[in-house]
Design a binder for this molecule. Structure first.
Ligand code: FDA
Length: 386
């Protein structure tokens, strides 16, 4: 492309949404660069060669939203299946439904409580620490749902996610623990939910399929040997940057901390169905992984082989600089550092920071798209004029 009007760093859902709107609404010529060798950021998926099963390369991605504008927008690029997400958890070898609901409670206590009876029981158990201010995650969990349910389903799972004993985690990590006093175990409460019928990659590629959009893969913004590197572009071309904000400023004020996950993929030829559902959590401390994903169950409508399957064991840990940053740790120090980086970002000529990494915020897909659409509404025209 001769001379683009806009450079977008990162081809995740945030970058793709801005690119698509800039090309269609503003007629802008857009170059998207991504350091990975594929489009789509963390929502990318690929087809497993031996089974034909679609695998979410960076962890399970379930689309859900109550935002009508986002729902209308994404439906321009893909149809969605009727998939409804449900999660189960294995505690001491017994499987329970999540989020904690009347089914979980009655199974756990071996009872047949009515909603009112269950509510009264949990309120009584949560009263154990009444009158005290929770000093750590353990106390917070107990004060929200009572010790028995907290210790069975939340304590060790959260401990594994954070590689830290919940007694040493701040109470503020959780503000609420939902308990449903019905048997409804639908995981999300949103109006719309489903999975892209032809897979994530087809959806993501369609967003970039416009004559005004050029995608350059395997291209890092900080690689000074490539045409559109930061130091060549800064102040010369309008930029939307969706990479990590601390990396942009060469970690000048320190690193923002993230958690990441490792996925251990296993092909099974002994069975066509390992666990009967897409996501099984493991709530106990003696199992090192947090959950097992069996991707074939994301698409029950597809004709996948009946005699083979793929599973992914998920392990959670703190991320080092070279790891994929997934979930912001968001400690007090991180928040202070972020504010200082934000000031620097605001002063950066012709560059807007967005997306999960650029704002150091966990965003679901619909939130990343919604926030990109807001940026287009409120800031893109000015940026393109610069
Ligand atoms: P995203 O990270 O997708 O894209 C950023 C892009 O920038 C990447 O492709 C990266 O390679 C590129 N980049 C970074 N630095 C660069 C550089 N220096 N030069 C060039 N390119 C660079 N959401 C949801 O709705 N339902 C779900 O079930 C899940 N599940 C889920 C699981 C896991 C494990 C994670 C980590 C996240 C989810 N999400 C999710 C969230 C979802 O992945 C998220 O909303 C989108 O990734 C956000 O898109 P972004 O474009 O902001 O970032």
């Amino acid at each position: 492309m001769a001379s683009p009007d806009l450079l977008i760093v990162g081809s995740g859902l945030f970058g793709l949404t801005v690119a698509e709107r800039a090309a269609v609404e503003h007629g802008a010529k857009v170059v998207i660069i991504d350091r990975r060798d594929h489009i789509g950021g963390n929502a990318y998926s690929e087809v497993d060669e031996t089974t034909g099963i679609e695998i979410h390369k960076y962890g399970a991605h379930l689309f859900h939203t109550s935002n009508e504008r986002v729902w209308d927008y994404v439906n321009r690029f893909t149809e969605f299946t009727g998939y409804v997400h449900k999660v189960y958890t294995n505690h001491k070898g017994v499987v329970y439904p999540l989020p904690i609901n009347l089914g979980t409670i009655n199974q756990f206590f071996g009872a047949s409580y009515s909603p009112d009876e269950a509510r009264a029981l949990i309120a009584e158990q949560a009263g154990e620490l009444a009158g005290t201010d929770p000093e750590n995650l353990d106390e917070k969990g107990i004060s929200l749902i009572g010790r028995p349910l907290y210790e069975a389903f939340i304590k060790n799972y959260t401990g594994k996610q954070w590689q830290t004993d919940p007694k040493d985690l701040p109470a503020g990590i959780i503000s609420r623990l939902p308990v449903r006093y019905t048997y409804d175990n639908r995981y999300f409460n949103d109006t719309h939910e489903g999975l892209p019928a032809q897979g994530y990659t087809a959806w993501l590629e369609r967003m970039a399929d416009h004559p005004n959009i050029e995608v350059r893969l395997g291209t890092d913004y900080f690689d000074t040997t490539q045409e559109y590197h930061r130091d060549a572009v800064r102040g010369q071309l309008p930029v939307i940057y969706t990479g990590p904000v601390d990396r942009y400023f060469d970690y000048e004020l320190g690193d923002l901390k993230w958690r990441t996950i490792d996925l251990e993929t296993e092909h099974l030829e002994s069975t066509g169905d390992f666990q009967g559902t897409s996501v099984m959590n493991y709530a106990d401390a003696d199992i090192p992984f947090t959950r097992i994903i069996e991707p074939r169950h994301f698409h029950p409508e597809r004709d996948y082989p009946a005699d083979r399957t793929v599973i992914q064991r998920e392990y959670s840990r703190f991320a080092a600089r070279e790891d994929e940053p997934y979930y912001p740790v968001n400690s007090g120090t991180d928040r202070e550092t972020l504010l200082a980086y934000r000031e620097m970002a605001d002063a950066e000529p012709g560059t807007l920071f967005g997306g999960r990494l650029g704002t150091y915020k966990y965003l679901d897909m619909h939130m990343a798209i919604g926030s990109a659409l807001s940026l287009v509404d409120n800031k893109l025209a000015d940026l393109l004029r610069q």
